[in-house]
Write a protein that binds this ligand. Structure first.
Ligand code: NAI
Ligand code: MG
Length: 355
């Protein structure tokens, strides 16, 4: 008997998105097969740069309306700069969805991954997650340019609302409750004298509601350094849009390959679906060779399972991904010789075997 039924909109997108997404759907189907109470339906949409060449839009006008009714969106990667400029492809699809569906929180985990070579010397067993404010902050459209020549001037304003700031922080504290009960705030109130003291104030206010959660506050420069020198001391880190963007790239780098890093764009008001996508792009340089690492995409599937409340299944999936990596089923970007499909197939086989 099916107890839980999830309808998922699938957008493979461009390049290796079309390779790693099908591989990941096989994994999700295997999980559903093992777990009688769970069922997924996948509805695929061909929205991509190729779609743009034919229709002059990245997705149809009714696209958002169509997507709205799904439980989640599972996205590969968008971008093929040879045929469509990146600002058109990304803003016409990915960013459009993030904004319209109020996906105001972006989360990206990074952990010491068994079987992978981290660029850190003697890495300890780190396991952290960055909660990034995903809708305002430094990435605002407020500002402008005036004059030219010697007087040329650019003004870019950052926007920090109490609502947006508090929302990200509350998400971080709630997440920490299920983890190691610690939240670090990424600030820079010694240099940015309006928005960051405000950020600190909101952090102190929110903290009062979570007396069982430990806290720390780091200036972003020192925090970036600590991600390299001692990532094992962190649990949940909450950061503004720009700071979070930079920190999560360091998070991906210290794991060992961009090909394994996952992300989730979360809608937290329940009005629209959330979107799950790996950190990497469409990797035009390796497309069509069946060597793209599918782990980033499969790990985003784990985050989607968590989001659906299937935390145990998600946990098991990540364990299996690590086992397979440790046993050298690895694509070339992490020093192996396996194909995309071989890695995904091995993950499916072990899930079946472990049942
Ligand atoms: P990229 O992430 O596509 O590739 C960077 C490097 O990492 C390449 O050498 C690539 O081969 C390698 N790589 C990436 N994913 C991999 C995987 N799963 N397995 C093995 N190697 C992998 O970034 P790039 O080259 O800057 O961008 C290519 C296109 O992707 C552009 O159009 C860009 O705008 C778009 N892009 C889209 C994103 C998204 O959809 N969220 C994110 C980043 C870039
Ligand atoms: Mg980035």
């Amino acid at each position: 008997m099916v107890l839980k039924y999830f309808e998922i909109a699938v957008i493979p997108g461009d390049g290796i998105g079309k390779e790693v997404v099908p591989a990941s759907l096989n994994v999700l189907n295997t999980i559903a097969e093992l777990h009688g109470g769970l069922k997924f339906t996948f509805t695929e949409f061909p929205w991509s740069c190729e779609y743009y060449l034919e229709h002059e839009v990245m997705m149809p006008e009714t696209g958002l309306e169509t997507l709205k009714n799904f439980n989640a969106i599972f996205l590969g990667a968008v971008g093929n700069p040879d045929i469509v400029p990146d600002h058109i492809s990304l803003w016409g699809l990915l960013i459009k969805i993030r904004r319209a569906f109020e996906q105001t929180i972006n989360i990206r985990p990074a952990k010491y991954f068994k079987g992978l070579r981290s660029p850190l010397v003697n890495p300890k067993d780190f396991d952290l997650i960055v909660v990034r404010e995903n809708s305002e902050g430094e990435y605002s459209e407020v500002g402008g340019r005036i004059h030219s020549g010697k007087d040329e001037t650019a003004i870019q304003n950052a926007v920090f609302t109490r609502k947006g700031t508090e929302r990200a922080m509350r998400y971080a504290f709630d997440l920490a409750k299920q983890r190691k009960k610690h939240v670090t705030s990424a600030t820079k109130s010694n240099g940015i004298v309006h928005s960051m003291p405000f950020w600190d104030e909101v952090f102190r206010d929110v903290q009062k509601d979570y007396s069982d959660i430990g806290t720390a506050s780091y200036h972003i420069d020192a925090l970036a350094a600590a991600f390299v020198t001692k990532p094992e001391i962190f649990d949940v880190i909450v950061a503004s849009n720009l700071f979070g963007d930079i920190l999560t790239d360091i998070g991906g780098a210290i794991m060992g390959s961009i090909g394994i890093a996952p992300a989730a764009n979360l809608n937290v008001n329940g009005k629209y679906p959330s979107m799950f996508e790996p950190v990497h792009g469409s990797a035009p340089d390796i497309v069509g060779k069946n060597i793209a690492n599918p782990i980033g995409q499969i790990w985003t599937a784990k985050m989607m399972l968590d989001h659906f409340g299937e935390v145990e299944l998600g946990k098991r999936l990540l364990e299996v991904i690590e086992e397979v990596t440790e046993d050298q089923f690895k694509t070339p970007d992490i020093g192996g010789t396996s194909t995309t499909n071989a890695v995904a197939d091995e993950i499916c086989a072990r899930l079946l075997k472990s049942e």
